[in-house]
Design a protein around this ligand. Structure first.
Ligand SMILES: Nc1ncnc2c1ncn2[C@@H]1O[C@H](COP(=O)(O)OP(=O)(O)OP(=O)(O)O)[C@@H](O)[C@H]1O
Ligand SMILES: [Mg+2]
Length: 232
């Protein structure tokens, strides 16, 4: 398994009286080649689950194994390095650095990657921006790009270190139907080329593209809605 959750709970103490449980006793296994989609209403715990899968937050109880290794025994630095080498992350919120242009934003994770130089990264960033259809906007800063174009830069950045697994948090939110379709086609291409994907979304329509689909409600992950690819 690339990622497995064994009875994982995440709680936050808002004050002495109120405890919030965005992820409640979740079991989940992501194998190589999966395209897993988790749907659910706003506030159901999707982002928290994805952050746990990336080791960005740690569970309150339960075990998370990434690449077979229990992250409980890893330092924050160890988790960051492992994330940099094996994972791409598409954040829900704007995450591009405003002062860097598109190609610099995409190449940035290479600085922290032991096995690639920035100049290799720069070349690869140009090629990834070509893949996402932005070869003519390499020098544009994020604010000079549309929301859909910015999303494509984020997708290109998430692929810069050749991740084994891509974690995508609402990669198509706030986009028109046509751009949403384009981004989904891009994600499908990425999946077909061998990258495992774990994606969360509000949109039930997008689930047709997945190999398995789960629903989250109040922190609880409900059984697989479907476990094979429909079309796409
Ligand atoms: N750091 C935190 N401290 C306290 N509460 C938090 C924290 N992070 C998330 N929560 C709470 O956990 C719940 C789930 O949040 P989360 O962001 O995971 O939901 P979501 O399903 O991604 O929602 P959306 O679809 O709106 O993005 C929410 O009630 C939120 O307020
Ligand atoms: Mg969210």
């Amino acid at each position: 398994m690339l990622i497995s959750f064994n009875d994982v709970t995440k709680q936050y103490n808002l004050d002495e009286e109120k405890i919030i449980t965005p992820v409640n006793r979740v079991n989940l296994a992501i194998a190589g080649g999966d395209f897993t989609i988790i749907t659910g209403r706003s506030g159901s715990g999707k982002t928290t689950l994805l952050n746990l899968a990336a080791g960005l937050v740690r569970p309150t109880t339960g075990r998370i194994l990434i690449g077979g290794v229990d992250i409980k025994n890893m330092s924050d630095k160890g988790i960051s390095l492992m994330r940099n080498r094996t994972m791409g992350f598409i954040f829900q919120y704007p995450s591009l650095i405003p002062s860097l242009n598109a190609v610099e934003n995409v190449a940035l994770p290479c600085i922290f990657h032991k096995y690639s130089t920035y100049s290799d990264g720069y070349k690869r960033a140009v090629s990834l921006l070509q893949t996402v259809g932005l070869l003519d906007r390499l020098e544009a800063r994020p604010k000079q790009l549309s929301a859909g174009q910015q999303r494509r830069v984020v997708i290109a950045r998430s692929l810069i270190n050749n991740p084994t697994i891509l974690l995508a948090d609402e990669p198509t939110s706030d986009l028109d139907e046509c751009t949403e379709r384009e981004i989904m086609d891009l994600l499908l291409k990425i999946h077909t080329s061998g990258t495992t994907i774990l994606m969360v979304t509000h949109s039930l329509e997008l689930t047709a593209c997945a190999t398995s689909v789960f629903r989250m409600e109040n922190g609880v992950l409900e059984g697989s809605i479907r476990s094979h690819q429909h079309f796409c």
